[in-house]
Design a protein around this ligand. Structure first.
Ligand code: DGY
Length: 323
């Protein structure tokens, strides 16, 4: 029997590409360019399965292409706000994502941002590299202690709980959170986390506010001027979730006015574009969406797509089926 035809929209971990090339009739986007709407539509017309990433927008327009051949969309990433699931379902596609395998890696990066912004690590590095350092002195580059502070979390899914575990057990932090769909008591065991009735309760208590909600219309600009005004003066914002949860212009204003002390960001509203104001600020750490970017995790994510793909073509329900 002929192997299913697969189109992979970006370059993947080398070892996963090897597996895809061996097991399927695979076409890879060799030069790794972001694909246009027309290219995505062509991919859907010419393959049995398309494997997008979290940065490929699989909108109703893309999925409205005529003569779609594809029956499977295996997204390489856990977030799925880039895919119009209703339109995908209407077009007869099964869609999967890659939960679980990137939890620890992303939690590690959230802690990295907390530590970097609190201890002025990015700023300090720039200081050293620009030959500005004149030596140790008691008043030099004092930051903010992390140990014992309160970590507020918006969303308490797997990644948030992994961050909470690190923060509570590694740094003695107190955890407060809000989630409209809170986890079970069992899932919260050992985290010493206090559930709040509203996001505002979290804003009012958090020294570090870390975002872990999904992206999409329900959370669009959740963190805007009102949220910043409700935050503790001197608090820090950490975002490893989705860029458009934060209104970037309001963030710039909150930083400029000193309403909050700083921000550690791995995702951006108009990613990869970042406002010039944010780029010029010292009290922000800006990372290029690195949450899951380790060799181990990117391999595991790719292999999770392969697992879903193989289940689908074997006639089984893929483990991570979204629709
Ligand atoms: C995801 O998987 O949703 C991340 O944003 C990329 O790792």
């Amino acid at each position: 029997m002929a192997k299913p035809k697969i189109i992979v929209t970006r370059r993947w971990h080398e070892a996963v590409e090897k597996v895809l090339l061996e097991r399927f009739d695979t076409q890879i986007n060799e030069d790794d360019h972001p694909m246009t709407v027309a290219e995505m539509q062509d991919a859907l017309r010419n393959a049995d399965a398309v494997l997008p990433t979290v940065c490929d927008k699989v909108t109703a327009e893309v999925l409205g292409a005529d003569n779609i051949r594809a029956k499977f969309l295996g997204s390489n990433g856990v977030g799925f706000n880039h895919i119009d699931l209703d339109a995908a379902k209407a077009a007869g596609l099964t869609v999967t994502n890659t939960p679980e395998v990137l939890t620890d890696c992303t939690a590690d990066l959230a802690m990295t941002l907390i530590m970097m912004i609190a201890r002025r690590a990015g700023e300090g590095e720039r200081h050293v590299r620009s030959n500005s350092w004149t030596g140790w002195r008691p008043t030099h580059m004092m930051g903010t202690s992390v140990t014992g502070k309160t970590l507020g979390m918006i969303g308490m899914g797997r990644i948030a709980r992994a961050v909470a575990a690190r923060a509570a057990h590694g740094f003695g932090m107190k955890i407060v959170f809000h989630d409209p769909f809170p986890p079970s008591a069992d899932d919260l065991k050992g985290l010493n986390a206090t559930q709040c009735d509203s996001p505002e309760d979290v804003y009012a208590q958090a020294d570090f506010l870390s975002l872990h909600c999904p992206g999409g219309p329900a959370t669009y600009h959740l963190i805007g001027a009102e949220a910043f005004a409700a935050m503790k003066p001197g608090a820090f914002l950490i975002n490893t979730a989705r860029g458009d949860v934060v209104e970037e212009a309001a963030l710039v204003e909150a930083l400029r006015s000193g309403q909050i002390a700083g921000a550690g960001l791995d995702v951006f509203e108009k990613e990869p574009a970042i406002s010039a104001e944010l780029m010029a600020m010292e009290n922000v750490v800006l990372l290029p969406h690195l949450g899951s970017a380790t060799q181990e995790t990117r391999y595991a994510m790719g292999m999770r797509v392969v697992e879903n793909l193989e289940a689908f073509f074997a006639g089984d329900t893929p483990r991570d089926k979204l629709v």
